[in-house]
Ligand binder design. Structure first.
Ligand code: FES
Ligand code: FE2
Length: 360
């Protein structure tokens, strides 16, 4: 990146050593696994007989048959071509029916289908993509959405993005597009643009906006004020997570948006929100979903149009404070990759809290 902010965005690397949400849990019906594309890999994702998550590459190591074409009995996946059976969690081969017992020298237990660590949390099936150079490293716990006390409602939303993961993420963290992309009577108008000033501070593998009163120029936040002065905390954490938490007295709202790479030029936003405000009111999740879906659709359409432009040239400018979070994202990613290359601890690109000023 040059000093005037011109930035030639490369085809993004998907970070390894990270968990990614593969699909919503609700997408798994009955006992059957599902096929999912993630980071350019086709996977078979499901639950075993004890409801533990598993993820296998959708590829039989014998002759390449997709394992999803086979049969699953709750423990092992049996390939539909020659009946090799693989443990669904470890990928270890359990049986090769064509071998002659007592005569064959083949060490069946040494053969593996590629298996990924998998877990289930917050209504998603998660898959861990290890760094191939450090496959022996311990797998960190799966990320979990923060939830406060009390009865809560939860909503899941998602949409496909016709853009690479980097454009999706900087779109997520972009503070300046709101009044243009998300114009509406109930959220904000173009004319409601005002000066914003927020303190950003480094956190492990990311940054956060220091807890602050939410912006006064949007209606839903005004509503919250009845319960006390709301405080918002927004965080970005590598590889792809934006958390937003609002607390007003004993009431809380917590959400997470992730942008997950599907291929090098397609990604998906997954959005989960949980709250205990108005949890006794029947239509709130429905209304919330409507509003959030409008937001996502606006972002989705914006990304689609941007992809048309970026197909012409990948030159972009990241300028001043409004684009600083985008720059930080690229710097964080670089630092993360560097740490993986060298085995040294990650050098955080943000040394100390910084005040950013922009209009939105
Ligand atoms: S291709 Fe899978 S068992 Fe032969
Ligand atoms: Fe947006």
């Amino acid at each position: 990146m040059s000093d005037n902010g011109t930035h030639e965005s490369a085809v993004p690397a998907a970070l390894r050593g990270c968990w990614y949400p593969a699909m919503r849990s609700a997408g798994l019906r009955g006992r059957g696994p599902a096929t999912v594309e993630l980071l350019g890999e086709m996977l078979v994702v499901g639950r075993d007989g004890q409801r533990r998550a598993f993820a296998l590459r959708d590829f039989c190591p014998h002759r390449g048959m997709p394992l999803s074409a086979g049969h699953f009995d709750g423990e092992a996946v049996e390939c539909s071509y020659h009946g090799w059976r693989f443990d669904c969690r470890s990928g270890q081969c359990r049986d090769i029916p064509s071998l002659v017992p007592g005569e064959s020298k083949v060490k069946v237990e040494r053969i593996h289908a590629a298996a990924f660590p998998a877990d289930e949390a917050d209504g998603y099936m998660w898959v861990y993509f290890a760094d191939p150079e450090r496959s022996g490293d311990p797998v960190p716990p799966v990320p979990k959405l923060w939830r406060g006390e009390g009865r809560a409602r939860t909503v899941h939303l998602w949409c496909d993005l016709a853009c690479d993961v980097d454009q999706g993420i900087i779109g997520l963290m972009d503070p300046a597009h709101g009044p243009f992309v998300h114009q509406s009577w109930w959220w904000r108008k173009r004319s409601s643009i005002q000066l914003k000033e927020k303190v950003f501070e480094p956190i492990p593998a990311g940054f956060r906006i220091r807890p602050h009163a939410p912006s006064a120029n949007s209606a839903p936040y005004k509503l919250l004020k009845v319960y006390g002065q709301p405080v918002t905390t927004i965080e970005f954490v590598l590889p792809n997570m934006r958390f937003e938490r609002i607390e007003a007295g004993k009431y809380w709202f917590s959400s997470r948006a992730t942008v997950t790479p599907i291929t090098s030029d397609r990604s998906r936003i997954d959005f989960v929100a949980s709250w205990n405000i108005f949890s006794w009111l029947p239509f709130v999740p429905w209304i919330f979903r409507k509003f959030a879906a409008t937001f996502l659709r606006q972002d989705q359409q914006t990304m689609e149009k941007q992809a048309v432009g970026l197909a012409r040239s990948r030159r972009q400018m990241l300028i001043d404070d409004a684009d600083r979070p985008a720059r930080w994202y690229f710097q964080l990613k670089e630092a993360y990759l560097e740490a993986q290359r060298t085995g040294q601890p990650m050098k955080h690109p943000i040394a100390e809290p910084v005040t950013l000023r922009w209009r939105s």
